[in-house]
Structures are given as C-alpha cells and as structure tokens.
Write a protein that binds this ligand. Structure first.
Ligand code: E4P
Length: 217
C-alpha cells in the first residue's frame, strides 16, 4: 500500500519523505488554510520535494470553473493530481481533465455508487472518507471493502485512496482490505511505530545495558 501524507506542512512532509515514507501528498482547502500559505506557492514547494502525486483541490463548484482551476493547478508541476469533489459537476470535470491526460483525484466519496461513477469518469484516484463515516457510526472500512470488490469485479484501474484516516489501526485495516493508497496526517503515520511492549522492552534493555556497562562505540 502506498502512503500519502495528508498535510500542507512542508517540514512534516520533509521529515517523512527523508525516511522514504511518502509516496505522495494530499491537500484540501482546509489544510491549505491551516498552512497559512498561498495555495499555488505551497503546492509548488511540495511538488519540488515529493516525486509522487500531489493532490491539489479545486475550489469552484461548477464544472467549467473546476476545469479551468484544474488546468491552472496542473501547470504547477507534472505530478499534480487535480482534486475534484464527487458531485455531478465534479464528475464532468474529472472526465474532461482525465481525457486531457491529467491525474484526477475524486474526493468526498461516501458511497460505493459514487466510487463506481468516479471510475467510469476516468478518475486516477477515488478518495473514500473513512473517519467522517466512522464519526456517524457508519463503518468506513466497509466502504473501502465494497469499492475494492466492485473495482476488482470489473477491472477498473482507478486507485482506492483511503482518506480521512484518524488512527494507526485505520492504516493496517485499509492495507488488509487492499486499498491501493492510504493518506494520513503525519501524526498518524508516526503513531504506527508505537507499541507499549516495545517501550517496556526497550526500558528493560536500556537498564540491563547500563547495569552491565555495555558500550559499543
Ligand atoms: C484527503 O484527501 C482528505 O481531504 C482528508 O483525508 C480529509 O480528512 P479529514 O476528514 O480528517 O478532514
């Protein structure tokens, strides 16, 4: 499973990228707002840092305007994936932009039918939002499994990009189901390294090493 990092924080992206943990980046208007940066400027900086797909989201809601914004965003760098919402207008924009050879990430997906439409419209990525469904007591992971089954039934090439990931368990659950990509905030990716038994075991090893006077260099 590929890891995308869900942030517009350059330092956080750099830290994970240096460790080989970043196969791509996703942003959205809320993350751009949080960064306090200009969208074109910060997106360019991310694209210079990361070679994989960098999702940049349109803000228009009408198809023609989304297409114009998508073309402008795609000028930033070759690795831009234009992000459009899963509305009827968004699907029209997806079809046009993907026919032009651009990567398109269709976002705000909350149902298998929406994912089926995005694949038909030529989406490169479909972004089902796990956490926002879980918030409503609806099993977000079940949606990932349903989309996996449907796409596999018909050989759709649209990649399932599990989004709105809130916990480390979401990452392993998405990987077990076979999501192609998961995008998560930096803190969630780092939390995947945590285990209480690792901390406990290490504390004992550190103590025993000190007691025994073990020195290596
Ligand atoms: C990524 O593409 C999405 O915009 C993001 O994962 C949404 O996450 P949230 O539901 O935590 O805002």
């Amino acid at each position: 499973m590929k890891f995308f990092v869900d942030t517009a924080d350059i330092d956080a992206i750099r830290e994970l990228n240096d460790l080989g943990m970043v196969d791509g980046v996703t942003t959205n208007p809320s993350l751009i707002k949080k960064s306090g940066r200009d969208i074109l400027e910060v997106t360019k900086e991310i694209c210079d840092l990361v070679s994989g797909p960098v999702s940049a989201e349109v803000v228009a809601t009408e198809a023609d305007a989304m297409i114009a914004e998508g073309r402008r965003l795609a000028e930033i760098a070759e690795n831009i994936a234009v992000k459009v919402p899963l509305t009827w207008d968004g699907l029209k924009a997806c079809k046009t932009l993907s026919d032009e050879g651009r990567m398109v990430n269709v976002t705000l997906c909350f149902s298998a039918n929406q994912a089926l439409l995005a694949a038909k419209a030529g989406a490169t990525f479909i972004s089902p939002f796990i956490g926002r469904l879980d918030d409503l007591n609806i099993d977000g992971m079940e949606l990932i499994a349903d989309i996996r089954e449907i796409y596999d039934n018909y050989g759709f090439e649209t990649q399932i990009l599990a989004a709105s990931i809130r916990t480390a368990n979401h990452m392993s659950d998405a990987a077990k189901i076979g999501a192609d990509v998961a995008t998560a905030p930096p803190a969630v990716i780092k939390a995947m390294a945590n285990h209480v038994l690792t901390d406990k075991g290490l504390a004992q090893f550190v103590k025993d090493a000190a007691d025994a006077g073990i020195k290596i260099v």
